[in-house]
Design a protein around this ligand. Structure first.
Ligand code: 13P
Ligand code: SF4
Length: 310
């Protein structure tokens, strides 16, 4: 009997299921290399919206697969590990947000939700943003209403500063990006003088202030391609290094360390494996299922984002 080749089996099942494999930039290199498309949350949402495949195999965290399902209620959306959550999503409970909005109904908030949130939170939002389009989307918010930005206080503060418009911020954060500290980045800058620092907007302000460029994972690729520098300090989850090294050859990418580790890893993103992807394609499980009414309510702000982001 021919030996079992995991990658070949994944490709065979992909064909059989008429599936597309989507992967976030924080996935492991072997998963990224199997994917039909690798990107940031925004690119992945567009791909999910426009695919004509029957099955979307989503290699990312749960809220990303959920977003694909909101946009594709009639397709099967599977993710390799159903427990791949997100600490930022967990920092905003839909019930708590609903109670807050009720209590403050007189303020008539325009609610902007970062896509890293649950379907319940999306359903309460006026518009969704990703890190790749947050400034553009918030700049289109009604001027006569106060904005409540949930759940990421760091992304919200960065957007507020970019636009010079005050935003009320939910007290949420990504535990992975919160681990980067100003002292560690300063030490790395000292070790590599003149090397540009590229950071994700989920980092704290103390870290953002040290960055030469702040952007979503996807936008790091053109920035590092077009910038004449030969080395870059990258302040985000380590999965992006695989893409940067592949797509921007001949340049050096230095991961920013955290207290615990020489680079930063998102434990949720790393729950997915090729083996689990194979099993998900074989069994069409775990699949994302959503309550009809909630899906419909979450779809409206998501579609508003995709329209306004063009
Ligand atoms: P992107 O919007 O850059 O894909 O980032 C998503 C994310 O989860 C960052 O932690
Ligand atoms: Fe969530 Fe942070 Fe992981 Fe991104 S890096 S998926 S925000 S926990």
């Amino acid at each position: 009997m021919a030996p079992f080749d995991l990658k070949e089996e994944i490709l065979r099942l992909k064909e059989k299921r008429n599936a597309i494999i989507l992967a976030h930039s924080y996935q492991t290199g072997d998963i990224q290399d199997m994917a039909d498309y690798v990107g940031d949350s925004l690119g992945l949402a567009y791909k999910a919206q426009n695919t004509d495949c029957d099955v979307i195999a989503f290699c990312g965290v749960h809220f990303m697969a959920e977003t694909a399902k909101i946009l594709n209620p009639d397709k099967t959306v599977i993710l390799p590990d159903a427990d791949a959550g997100c600490s930022l999503e967990a920092s905003c409970d839909a019930g708590e947000l609903e109670a807050f909005l009720k209590e403050n109904a007189h303020k008539n908030y325009y609610v902007v939700a970062y896509v890293n949130c649950s379907i319940g939170v999306k359903a309460l939002a006026d518009v969704i943003v990703t890190s790749g389009n947050a400034v553009k989307i918030v700049s289109q918010a009604p001027e006569d209403r106060p904005i409540l930005f949930v759940p990421d206080q760091n992304l919200g503060a960065w957007v507020s500063r970019q636009l010079g418009r005050p935003l009320e911020l939910w007290n949420g954060a990504c535990h992975v990006h919160m681990e980067f500290t100003r002292d560690q980045i300063l030490a790395l800058k000292e070790k590599h003088p003149g090397v540009p620092v590229v950071a994700h907007p989920e980092c704290t302000e103390a870290v953002r202030l040290l960055a030469d460029h702040i952007c979503s994972t996807e936008k790091m690729i053109p920035y590092c391609t077009e910038n004449p520098a030969k080395s870059f300090i990258i302040v985000t989850e380590s999965g992006i290094l695989h893409r940067l090294r592949k797509l921007v050859p001949g340049k050096e990418f230095i991961p920013a360390p955290t207290e615990q580790c020489s680079c930063s890893t998102c434990p949720y993103m790393k729950m997915n494996t090729l083996e689990k992807l194979y099993l998900a394609l074989r069994d069409l499980s775990p699949a994302v299922e959503l309550p009809k009414d909630l899906r419909r309510r979450a779809e409206a702000p998501l579609l508003r984002m995709l329209e306004q982001s063009q």
